[in-house]
Design a binder for this molecule. Structure first.
Ligand code: ADP
Length: 381
């Protein structure tokens, strides 16, 4: 007989909270998702309990993994409470560092104090004010542009609602779990890639809405064997809502790149992106103007169909660096759909060159160059 969420809850009674109460009966365990032998759930906490309850989280994971029929468990701590629920009283907290931090509603905005990911020097978020502006395509080609500079690069696809990096990199299959029970990232074109798209199918991804999104990101950041990386690109979910703000706050980011189309700028969406990172003290490395010019595939004529130059003007106005412009080109769309991104497959073409310029500027900014404020270095544990 297959295992049920009630079986998992019963097993969790073996794990005791700091006050001795059995976890399974504590009312802190959120919805338990069971799929293909994997159990996924979150434990509700008050932000102040994060240190004290990290060992409870780890114990819960090993107890569930030991259940017959369970091949894997993904357990997160979440400070996001379901609507209408009051935070629980906090037991005394230890001072041990843990990956999870409180959400933006619960604590003043701070960044750069989260523990870094061992071996990863710079973590850079790629974000946009709204969907469909080419954020994922830009993330992918930016990662490849950085790799073309001879850097060791990873891609964390945090666009949990619509993960597109597997398709962009032409990757499929499931990541391997290694002896240390860490996930091995997939690899293509010299870039290490991890995406929720490898772990769950599209319908399952829907269950990630809500508090578990942050747990999923934390685990993809910390329970993946990234190895030594110069830059880890994080493809953020589009928009500037609470989920994005929490992610920006809880990830040890060296900086953020905002992708925008010219008309997006006119609608202020990109400015909201800049404001979001400012709020959590993450330096904005700059704005990329995507779909800046339309290049006709037949005659090569270039037309600024969306009114080109907005990003540069916006950048100058607000003091946010301008990282470059990417043309609206059929080849970019086609190669993206085919899992053959231009920077990898046509590195000397004009489109690849545009992305490589952006990559070069991002790298300079990470080094504190380009006349910009130095990005904070990630502290290695
Ligand atoms: P987002 O991540 O912002 O939702 P995507 O990267 O998925 O956006 O891009 C949306 C669509 O636009 C995709 O079909 C992609 O191939 C296409 N696209 C993105 N950038 C360009 C570009 N510069 N030229 C042509 N098509 C592009």
């Amino acid at each position: 007989m297959s295992i049920t969420p009630q079986d998992v809850l019963r097993a969790l009674d073996a794990v005791k909270l700091p006050d001795g109460a059995p976890l399974g009966q504590s009312g802190r365990v959120g919805e338990i998702a069971l799929k293909d032998g994997k159990a996924i759930f979150a434990i509700q906490i008050d932000p102040s309990e994060v240190n004290a309850l990290e060992s409870v989280r780890a114990q819960a994971e090993s107890v569930v993994r030991a259940l017959p029929g369970i091949t894997g468990a993904l357990v997160g701590l979440t400070a996001d409470l379901p609507a209408g629920q009051a935070p629980r009283p906090a037991p005394s907290a230890s001072s041990a560092p843990t990956p999870l931090r409180s959400g933006p509603k619960n604590q003043p905005a701070t960044a750069g104090k989260q523990p870094g990911v061992p071996g990863v020097t710079h973590i850079v978020a790629v974000a946009s004010g709204k969907g469909g502006v080419g954020k994922s395509t830009t993330s992918c080609n930016l990662a490849l542009g950085l790799a073309a500079l001879g850097l060791k690069v990873g891609m964390l696809d945090a666009d949990i609602y619509g993960p597109s990096q597997p398709k962009l990199f032409g990757l499929s299959g499931k990541p391997r779990v290694n002896e240390q029970r860490k996930l091995e990232p997939m690899e293509r074109y010299g870039v290490k890639v991890m995406s929720m798209g490898f772990l769950v199918d599209e319908t399952t991804a829907m269950i990630w809405r809500g508090p578990m999104v942050m747990s999923a990101l934390t685990q993809m950041l910390r329970e993946v064997n990234w190895g030594e990386l110069d830059v880890l690109i994080v493809d953020m979910p589009p928009g500037t809502g609470d989920a994005q703000l929490t992610m920006a706050q809880q990830t040890p980011l060296a900086g953020a790149v905002i992708v925008s189309t010219p008309q997006d700028l006119a609608l202020l969406d990109a400015r909201r992106g800049v404001a979001m990172f400012n709020k959590v003290n993450v330096p904005v490395l700059g704005i990329v103007e995507n779909m800046a010019n339309f290049c006709c595939p037949n005659c090569g004529h270039v037309s600024p169909i969306f009114g080109h130059g907005g990003a540069r003007a916006e950048a100058e106005k607000t003091g946010v660096p301008f990282l470059g412009e990417i043309p609206l080109h059929m080849d970019i769309r086609q190669t993206s759909d085919e899992g053959r991104p231009v920077v990898a497959t046509d590195p000397d073409g004009a489109n690849a060159k545009a992305y490589r310029i952006v990559a070069q500027r991002v790298w300079e900014r990470l080094q504190g160059g380009g006349g910009a404020k130095a990005a904070p270095r990630i502290v290695i544990e």
